[in-house]
Design a protein around this ligand. Sequence first.
Ligand code: ZN
Length: 268
Amino acid sequence: MKFIDTHAHLYAKHFTEDADAMIMRAKNVLEAVYLPNIDMTSIEGMLQICHKYPDFLFPMMGLHPCSVDKDFEKTLLKMLQLIEDSMNGKQDSIKYTGIGETGIDLYWDKTHFEEQKEALLIQIEWAKRFRLPIILHCREALDIVIEIIEKNHNEHLSGIFHCFDGNFFQAKKISEIPNFKMGIGGNITYKKSALPEVLENIDLQHIILETDSPYLPPTPHRGKRNESAYLTLVAQKLAEIKGVGLREIAHITNENVKEIFCSQTYSR
Ligand SMILES: [Zn+2]
């Protein structure tokens, strides 16, 4: 019984000391990890580690909302070229498995709100065009992003509301968008989290698991570095909330992941 971590930044500098040991620990409990990109500076490290573990780590391509600045259009053009090259087999065997992470973050800085929206819309178009799932980061902006997805949805759009931390109404809304899932991470284990109550009445078919490593470590690792192997703590908490076994959590969430990432990128 193994799980899938759908969101981890395993190329982060937090892992340079012990990357291989960390990946081994992850391999004991996981069958795959999906790596979202941040900006131009994170691409090389991401591809390096994915090349090293090609059947275990899967890269994605996109621009994080916190990295959107006045030059975002130029950056997106470069990223689009990389995706096209990988699609055409030019980028030695690397295949991007998703678009992101993109989205809107109004927590840190609202200066580039309009640019963030524009960058999100462009990446939604890529997701449709390349038939790749879109990975959505929403901070203080969940309703805005839900509305944008609803407005731009078609049968070719699928994706993940990464690090879902919304209320029941928002969870319900997402569960009604075809081919979209909620990524549930370490915050479900936090004492003050409202997520357990929210998810009690949300069907498991709408849920996938993630760590967001090295960030958001689950209890009892709070305040330290998170890593993909800790995904089991998230799964355990979810099993508790839903009153089912870990095996069922693994089975359903893995099926959900395969539905989102399709067979073109993930075939087992
Ligand atoms: Zn992330």
